[in-house]
Design a protein around this ligand. Structure first.
Ligand code: NAD
Length: 382
């Protein structure tokens, strides 16, 4: 299958591009490389040293004989995007190419506006490009479990059957996101759902949980193929951040009581879920939603699991509660459904002590690269 991976230089996109290429698909990466520029803006870096995108694909060709094409450019430049569609004629378009940090979107007005423009308008361009050039192309769009918020009822996969004043309907599940970033994903959802209805586009929205880990079989083939690993207070996600804090002897900083519960998955499952979606496309005009996660944990659970794994490696890791920089419920009900991907064949990699120890060893190997000043959160929601 001819597959475009937009955002293919990023944390989820790079291992996905390699995995799909390994499976024999014709993969093309589209990326503006803006994430590398944001590292410079934040004076931050990936824990793992990452090669340039060109070096990465050259190494992949050298090791496997497989070609991954690269287009460097922005989804918000429609002329550029049109050229990519005309040249590549994608059968599936995997869309990872968005600003994905909630704290980044909450820094100030400029960062909120940038995030909403980049994400919502970029996605709208993708919808128009599919309509104009490849109406049969399957859009596989990365959404987030954060779109739903934390309702006091079970979270369904995109839709809920409602009975109201004696009448019944299946409606989009209510969305209560917690940042301007998460709101972009809700806006995207609405735009995609509308485009499917009016133009007959086929789309799958992957409402992904928080991703942990960094390696897949492909990224491990050579140091030049290494994936990025974020740890700073802006881009570092809960579990990855705790692992890195433990590796440098920093307290694991749990926000507030740590009762916040979220859905998680291993990066190895991210790549497989995208493959499953690509191999089982949505129907013409269908807007399909999969909740892409394998387990749920509270932030406190994660810190305790990391502490235990660290102890097995003779590292003493401490858990410290700090004032929560976000506005969020710390004590709430959380139960989300995730059967669609499992029914299509996903076999989850669960969060075991071995997985945590492997992540800790990787962090220890590169601990000299960690800028300690970047570890604590500096962005607040108010
Ligand atoms: P990332 O920041 O590592 O990668 C995103 C990539 O997209 C970067 O390489 C960036 O340069 C590129 N990009 C951004 N805007 C672009 C544009 N307008 N045009 C072209 N390229 C652009 O992020 P990630 O962690 O790999 O996340 C990928 C996707 O998955 C995002 O949409 C994110 O919201 C979603 N997601 C991620 C997680 C997670 O835990 N990492 C969880 C849920 C959902």
């Amino acid at each position: 299958m001819r597959i475009i991976v937009a955002g293919g230089d990023g944390f989820c996109g790079w291992p996905t591009a390699l995995y799909l290429s390994e499976k024999g698909h014709e993969v093309t990466i589209v990326d503006s490389l803006v994430r590398r520029k944001i590292d410079d803006e934040l004076h931050s870096n990936s824990v793992t040293p990452i090669a340039s995108l060109q070096e990465r694909v050259d190494k992949w060709r050298e090791l496997t004989g497989k070609e991954i094409k690269v287009y460097e450019g922005d989804l918000n430049h429609y002329d550029f995007l049109s050229l990519v569609f005309k040249n590549e004629r994608p059968e599936a378009f995997v869309h990872f190419a968005e600003q994905r940090s909630a704290p980044y979107s909450m820094i100030d007005r400029e960062h909120a506006v940038y995030t909403q423009q980049n994400n919502v308008l970029g996605n709208l361009n993708v919808l128009y490009a599919i309509k104009e050039f490849e109406p049969d192309c399957h859009l596989i769009k990365l959404g987030t479990m954060g779109e739903y918020g934390q309702p006091n009822i079970d979270i369904e996969e995109g839709y809920i059957e409602i009975e109201h004043k004696g009448r019944k309907d299946t409606l989009p599940f209510p969305k209560q996101p917690g940042s301007f970033y998460h709101l972009t994903k809700v806006h995207d959802t609405h735009n995609i759902m509308f485009a499917c209805k009016i133009w007959g586009i086929r789309a799958t929205d992957l409402n992904q949980g928080v991703v942990y880990g960094l390696n897949t079989d492909e990224t491990k083939k050579d140091p030049v193929l290494a994936n990025r690993l974020d740890y700073d207070g802006v881009f570092g996600t809960a579990l990855n951040r705790f692992v890195i804090q433990s590796a440098i002897g920093h307290d694991m900083t749990v926000y507030g009581s740590g009762g916040q519960t979220r859905a998680f998955l291993n990066i190895k499952d991210t790549v497989r879920c995208v493959e499953i979606a690509a191999e089982n496309p949505a129907d013409v005009g269908e807007f399909r939603v999969f909740n892409q996660f394998t387990e749920s944990f509270s932030v406190q659970d994660l810190a305790e699991k990391t502490k235990q794994a660290a102890a097995e490696l003779d590292i003493e890791a401490n858990i410290k509660s700090i004032e929560n920089p976000r506005i969020e419920n710390e004590d709430h009900y959380y139960n989300a459904v995730n059967t669609n991907l499992i029914d299509l064949g996903l076999e989850p990699h669960l969060l075991t002590q071995d997985v945590l120890k492997e992540m800790l060893k990787e962090a220890l190997e590169h601990k000299d690269r960690i800028i300690v000043d970047n570890v604590l959160p500096k962005v607040t929601w108010k």
